[in-house]
Ligand binder design. Structure first.
Ligand SMILES: C[S@@+](CC[C@H](N)C(=O)[O-])C[C@H]1O[C@@H](n2cnc3c(N)ncnc32)[C@H](O)[C@@H]1O
Length: 205
């Protein structure tokens, strides 16, 4: 079981956002796909707090999928499915056989800043196909706005990410908004979180 200190710090705030945006949906049974799940700490906590959702974790890396499996075993989580390999930069037809209009929620936590623009394109085009009408795409991270990154700690984060991989870096909210628009989604809300992080809530029209 891998441990991410940041996931341990921010799961509660993320849970509150999910509880709030899904409030009017319970007691309907929902299906949520998590992209780039990482260690599995988030999905396990979400499942414990939000039991009316079936959670499908996924990651591109085997070590993370193994960690998610270990969390599922350790917590005996009944509403978390076994993790699947999913490369979000690939076309949705390659997303582990998931079908069109099958998801109520797709969530990507800190994925977009740690991946290429091709992944952002994949996330929005996949969400456009997999989400049901009125379904939600929730992306959490640090973002640029109109090409501008503030404050200086975020500029520094962007530089550090680009040093790690020139294709990484803070995505621009306006570019994401255009991606959303092109795929039948619209940016409905921006929720400010700790440390200049935001949750962007997109709805499928
Ligand atoms: C910064 S970590 C965030 C992990 C987790 N969501 C969290 O917040 O703790 C980024 C995650 O995205 C995954 N990832 C990177 N590129 C991906 C891609 N193209 N498709 C799916 N997952 C990807 C990585 O393996 C990693 O688990």
């Amino acid at each position: 079981m891998l441990l991410s200190p940041q996931a341990e710090r921010n799961w509660e705030d993320l849970c509150s956002v999910l509880e709030e945006v899904l409030e009017d949906q319970s007691p309907r049974k929902l299906f949520a796909l998590e992209l780039g799940s990482g260690t599995g700490q988030h999905v396990i906590r979400f499942a414990q707090k939000i039991p009316f959702v079936t959670w499908q974790p996924s990651d591109i890396k085997e070590e993370y999928r193994d960690s998610i499996k270990a969390y599922i075993d350790a917590t005996q989580a009944k509403t978390v499915l076994q993790p699947i390999f999913l490369d979000a930069s690939e076309p949705w037809e390659k997303w582990a056989g998931l079908s069109r209009n099958s998801c109520d929620v797709i969530i990507a936590i800190k994925l977009l800043q740690y991946s290429s623009f091709k992944t952002a394109q994949g996330v929005f085009s996949g969400a456009g196909q997999l989400l049901k009408q009125n379904g939600l795409l929730i992306t959490h991270g640090v973002f640029a706005v109109n090409g501008i990154i503030t404050p200086s700690c975020n500029e520094h984060l962007d530089e550090e990410l680009r040093k790690l991989n020139p294709e990484w870096g803070l995505p621009d909210i306006d570019v994401l908004r255009q991606q959303a628009y092109g795929n039948g989604l619209r940016l409905e809300r921006m929720i400010e979180m700790e440390d200049y992080y935001k949750c962007l809530i997109f709805r499928k029209l």
